[in-house]
Structures are given as C-alpha cells and as structure tokens.
Ligand binder design. Sequence first.
Ligand SMILES: Cc1ncc(COP(=O)(O)O)c(C=O)c1O
Length: 363
Amino acid sequence: MKNSQMAGINEQLTMGYFRENVEKLKAYTPGFQPKQPGVIKLNTNENPYPPSPMVMQALSQIQPEQLRKYPDPHADAFRQAAAQVHSVKPENIMCTNGGDELLGMAVRAFCDENRPVAYPVPTYSLYPVLAEIQNCKAIEVPFDSEFNLPSALARTGAYLTIVCNPNAPSGSFISVGELSSLADEINGVLLIDEAYVDFAQENCLSLVKDFDNVIILRSLSKGYSLAGLRFGYAIADAGLIEGLMKLKDSYNVDAIAIALATAAIKDQPYFKENIEKIKKERSALTGQLRNIGFDVPDSSSNFILAEHKTCSAKEIYDKLVQENIYVRYWEIPGISNKLRITVGTKEQNEKLLEAISRILKSK
Ligand SMILES: Cc1ncc(COP(=O)(O)O)c(C=O)c1O
C-alpha cells in the first residue's frame, strides 16, 4: 500500500504486514544507555576497566585491505586462540556477533511450534522474546527463593533447555555436578549461558567433553571489557558446532572484531588481573550494602542483586537517577523490590554508596 493511501488508516493495519507473533511481540528492552556526561553507569553489567592494551594495539594495526575484503567466515584466528585457552579444538568453537546472536541461533536451530524451549525463571529476559519470535512455546520453570536448580527442569520435554549460569539477575551459581546431571537426564540440547562465568569460581567447560548435547555460551562483553565490539562464541561438540554453522550469516563477525577479540583472548594475564579487581570490589560493595540494611546474596557475577529491608527499590532507583547514577530495576514478580547493581570501580562504588546512604537518611 502507498504511504499516501495510508493516511487516516489506523496503525493496526500497518502492523498487518508482520507475522502474528511478531505483531504481538513485546520486544526486549536493552538497559538504558545514558548519553549525558558524568554519569555513573552501573545498569548493564559492563566491565568498568578498559580492554587490554593489546586490543588497542590491534585496532591501530588494522589495514585498509582487511576492510576492503570480506572477513574470514569462520574467524579461525579467534577459534585457534580460544581453543588454546580452553584446551579444546578449533572445531569445538563458533564465533558469534555477541552471545545474543548464539542464543537466537540456538532457538532457531532446535525449536519451533512443536518443539518448546525451557528455562528457569527469573532469568535473562531475552529468552522469552526469542521464543516468541520463533513461535515456539517457552516453558518457564520457577526457581525457588534461593535460586536452586528446579528439578522439574529435567522433565519438561523441551528440545532446548537454557540455564544461565551464573544466573542474571540473581548472580547465583549452579554447580557443575548439577548441570552435568541435567545434561544427562534431558533428551534435547542444554545451552549453558556463561556470559558472566569469568567472575565465578568454576565453569561448565568440562561438560563439552562429556556430552554431545551441551553448548556453552561465552561473551567478550563482560570479562574482556568489549561490550561495544559485539563478540561471543559457542563451545560444543564438533557435530553441534557444524550444525549451528549452517544457521549463521556468512560473515557474522567482522574483520575488526575478529582481530580485536583475538588480541583480547590472547592477553590472559590482563584478563585475569582485571577479573580479580572486580571480584575484590564485588565483595567490598556487598559488605558495605549489607552494613546499610540491604539483603545481598553472594554473587558469582559482576553484579549484585540487592533488596533494602525498609526502603523500596523503586524509590532508591528513582532518586539515584536524579543523581545521575544508573542501576537496573524491573517491575517483574519475584524481583520487583530488588536493584541489580553492576560492580563498578572503587570510586564509582563509593559514590553509589554515598548516594544511597543519603537517600536512606532523608527518609
Ligand atoms: C545472561 C546474558 N547472556 C548473554 C548476554 C549476551 O551478551 P553479549 O551479546 O553482549 O555477548 C547477556 C548480555 O547482557 C546476558 O546478560
């Protein structure tokens, strides 16, 4: 229909071009990215420290020729470097445009109208959106109040089960042994979303060697300070990787991203030092928030989930925004009185604590 004919016709009709589930879709809401200077941004779990100097050096060495040509469709330089770090083969790795691309690919690969996806809730709010887009049923199995793995998750009959570990937004961690049992019990694929695992005490990498139905998701956005680059990867049995490769865009990661991500993963000493700094700040922030009346469960991630004993999360959130401090708050059952706070630098965390203390005193 021409735009001129559209005048006066309601929006409902314009929407008619989309598939029914897309029309009904409530799109994923990314965390707010404030544009004004001087903001303390603790709302989207970015790493507060810069990427490795090797990354910036690799950026300065990008040649025009690398931009003129298409990139390596398999990003082999990265696959080789990551394979070395993880003691797997390059065939066990597939690079993606952020971990999010892998999640979308997995839902497309394993799910449809008759093949549901399952995951424990509350968790990463992108999963239901991907299910909706694919028009597959999402079986949401509630966590208990301590975020233990629900035993019912093993009995959903889903073709794809996703477990975010450490979980977002709780920061809780499920043991490798429990996830190994889950991989064994289910018939479908188990995708373990390890976007935040760099900040945890252990990871599920060993399950890739033991099971042909486990996909590990990794991201360079958090541990490697490269959220702006958009680079993630899957680690899985070579057969699963080969199958997933069929779904990807030919050149899903660009030449600059491949070069920079490879430089980042090769600089393990910088990465490890950075992670240790964040873990130290996480434990300091947790302790200080507990001292001023917050319940803060131990976190295995680079964020914490905090609930004040008397003051509402919404009130604290709104007042922090007035002070140019952004944390994350959702009106979602189970977490609606909690704030998810990304662990920042020592200075950022101190400013946050000063602001929260002021807010609590003013009540
Ligand atoms: C739980 C979880 N999984 C996966 C991702 C995807 O990360 P990215 O696409 O930045 O690699 C995120 C991003 O915030 C996340 O929170």
